[in-house]
Design a protein around this ligand. Sequence first.
Ligand code: FPP
Length: 246
Amino acid sequence: MGFKEQIDITRLPEHIAIIMDGNGRWAKNQGKFRVFGHESGVLSVKDIVEGCVDIGIKYLTVYAFSTENWNRPIEEVNALMELLISTINQEAETLNKNNVRLNAIGDLKSLPQKCIDDLANVMEITSKNTKCTLTLALSYSAKWEILEAAKRLAQQVQAEEITLEEINEDAFAAQLTTAQMPDPELMIRTSGEHRVSNFLLWQIAYTELYFTETLWPDFRREDLFEAIVDYQKRERRFGKISEQLN
Ligand code: FPP
């Protein structure tokens, strides 16, 4: 029996977040340039989005470019930006066909103007889609996001729009870039690294983490289904004890 058949579709995670890692090593293993790994990684993104649509995952958030990735060699940064632009434009039609809404989080104003414009365009033309929301984290880091949220709340207190006492978990979460989505129940990282690398730190307080040795360009929907089967075997206690759970 394949992993898809083992999934209990009544207990799917609503939101899956993925740290797509290992593109560079995958390319190097084949004696190719790193950018070839990123290009191949796009095929994995496409397959995983289709896998999510296939089984009914409502939110998929992928770490496509971190704040720290700006420190990579300029040629690689430029190649990633070009790839992002060409991919979102080429995939707009398929996103619509699959009823997928494109969303982006991060310090988007730091991206090249063409990237900002094309993202805004594809987000607009997919904005009515309801089956799945694909969020690209771009120029994103969780520490950046948390600081921005803290600054906005401080400004609101200063302007006497809210009181200090009104700042609670809900008020804080409402200032994050993910305010419109549930927290991920499952976070996957490929390539054998066991880190969360500044991704969604607030949102993963109770997220199940899944690590696989598979490099991102080799990761396909069957690997996603395997991760979901693993997730469904876990007991999520949220600080309680087993006997308190139904
Ligand atoms: C990590 O692999 C991957 C990235 C930093 C970029 C991810 C980008 C893509 C999959 C392509 C663009 C995506 C979209 C959605 C259009 P790495 O380079 O850190 O690999 P390494 O750890 O083996 O060096």
